[in-house]
Design a protein around this ligand. Structure first.
Ligand SMILES: Cc1ncc(COP(=O)(O)O)c(C=O)c1O
Length: 465
């Protein structure tokens, strides 16, 4: 390479920062003639990429312009305020800068020795969160995703009930069973498979009118399993199911988990951040009696991806299941702080604590509360609008920041969703609940405000059915 790489870095970085700033602060809207979500043709990025691995290097400026011409056109801008699909994955200026710093220093703080300040920062963040959520005596760590949080929780539950790290699951005569809502997230099913429970041993408990686990049916199923020689092991309850953000009754379920000595994991991947809001205390009632709980700052706390929090009442079984010290890492631990490698499956980890720290400091609890309430107000207001549209039916009053609606039948709802998607102005997806197809509008991007909701409402009013 014959270019001055530091100068090249600084020149390219300046342009990149300007580009990032416009993504973070003023993404173009349809009023400015931009259609942020016009879908590229499959293969349109792939075909522009050079067929062979490069033999010679290129300067960063050239790479940057190639990014803009080849890769950027195929990007779905998740940050865009008209992204209403799936659940959001929101970010913020402090998170973006922290991400840049973290990748520049590129540490791998899997133990205190490998990352003293990163480890201590993570410990403090967990203390802050436990205190804000009034989870007295709880502890935890940062995970990559809620999938990993659920997997670690179920792994701990399995080791608590029936330690098989050494013997394996092969000789178990009394199969271990997990209980979850029929609307549990697919990651719980995957974890069940990976941990050797198997689909046959996940009991999907029917839900009531509120789409929450029917506690009587849960109890009846546990009794039946005991009679039939199974080993009830864990319950996964959800606050904020993926399809409709329904909430299981954690108080009732935690009573059952205690009665039968079962691990209770609360999956609050999306909604958990609402524990910052005193007015949501009743929704989360009983969480402190569970054994573990996970939520994703990368969904609705502006931390950028990936960043998930796993909180546990007692870390004993998490560490009993996960801790392993190969020769080259032996004797490195210190008494005062955790080695977070003992809390997760992977050894290596990034410095996501820096992103979360920057975000919590930048917004403060007040700023976070304001943004969450703002999104939920937008959802309520949008739900009221849906009620005024004769062709549309609101599925139910919005839970948190999600509004679901439908038309007369699934074909009409599907065709309507396709029209919304074809407009290129929004990213919106659907789901099916009890055979009814629903359009889901999840409002949680950092910049989403009334203006963006008005654009959506106008589109809805103009669609011919
Ligand atoms: C309720 C629930 N649990 C778990 C997950 C998985 O989250 P992650 O992508 O962080 O693994 C999701 C994703 O949307 C979810 O909605």
């Amino acid at each position: 390479m014959d270019f001055d790489s530091k100068k090249d870095f600084l020149n390219a970085a300046g342009e990149m920062i300007h580009w990032a700033a416009s993504h973070l602060f003023d993404p173009a809207s349809p009023e400015e003639g931009q259609l942020p979500f016009s879908s590229p043709k499959p293969g349109s990025t792939y075909q522009k990429l050079s067929p062979e691995i490069p033999t010679k290097g290129s300067d960063l400026q050239r790479l940057w312009s190639e990014f803009q011409s080849v890769i950027e056109p195929g990007i779905i801008p998740w940050n865009h305020p008209q992204f209403f699909g799936y659940f959001p994955c929101n970010t913020s200026p402090p998170a973006a800068l922290a991400g840049m710093i973290a990748s520049a220093i590129n540490i791998n703080p899997f133990s205190w020795k490998a990352g003293p300040s990163a480890t201590e920062l993570e410990a403090k963040l967990i203390e802050w969160i436990c205190s804000a959520f009034q989870m007295n005596g709880w502890t935890g760590c940062l995970q990559e995703t809620a999938t990993m949080g659920g997997l670690c929780a179920l792994y701990a539950a399995r080791e608590k009930k029936h330690p098989v790290n050494v013997e394996g699951m092969q000789n178990n005569q009394k199969p271990l069973v997990i209980y979850a809502s029929e609307h549990t997230h697919s990651s719980i099913i995957k974890s069940g498979r990976l941990l050797g429970f198997g689909d046959k041993h996940i009991r999907f408990i029917p839900t009531n009118n509120e789409l929450a686990i029917d506690s009587d049916k849960l109890k009846a199923q546990i009794d039946l399993d005991l009679q039939n020689g199974f080993t009830p092991t864990a319950i996964v309850a959800t606050i904020g199911t993926t399809s409709t953000m329904a909430c299981d009754d954690i108080s009732a379920i935690s009573d059952i988990s205690r009665e039968y000595d079962l691990w209770l994991h609360v999956d609050a991947a999306m909604a958990g951040v609402c524990m910052f809001l005193p007015e949501y205390q009743s929704t989360f009632k009983g969480v402190e009696s569970a054994d573990s709980m996970s939520f994703n700052p990368h969904k609705w706390l502006m931390s950028g991806f990936p960043c998930s929090v796993l909180l546990v009442k007692d870390s004993k079984y998490i560490k009993q299941s996960q801790a392993i010290d190969p020769e080259y890492l032996k004797g490195q631990g210190i008494a005062e702080f955790e080695d977070y490698k003992d809390w997760t499956f992977q050894l290596g980890r990034d410095f996501r604590a820096l992103r979360l720290w920057m975000v919590l400091k930048y917004y403060g609890q007040d700023g976070i509360q304001k943004i969450l309430r703002h999104h939920m107000d937008l959802a309520k207001e949008f739900a009221s609008f849906i009620k005024t549209q004769s062709k549309l039916t609101l599925f139910e009053e919005p839970h948190f920041n999600l509004v679901c609606f439908h038309l007369n039948n699934n074909d009409e709802t599907t065709a309507y969703l396709e029209k919304l998607q074809e407009s290129g102005k929004f990213f919106i997806e659907g789901t099916k609940i009890n055979e009814k197809f629903l359009i889901r509008v999840a409002i949680g991007q950092t910049l989403t405000n009334n203006k963006h909701m008005e654009i959506l409402k106008n589109e809805i009013q103009n669609i011919e059915v």
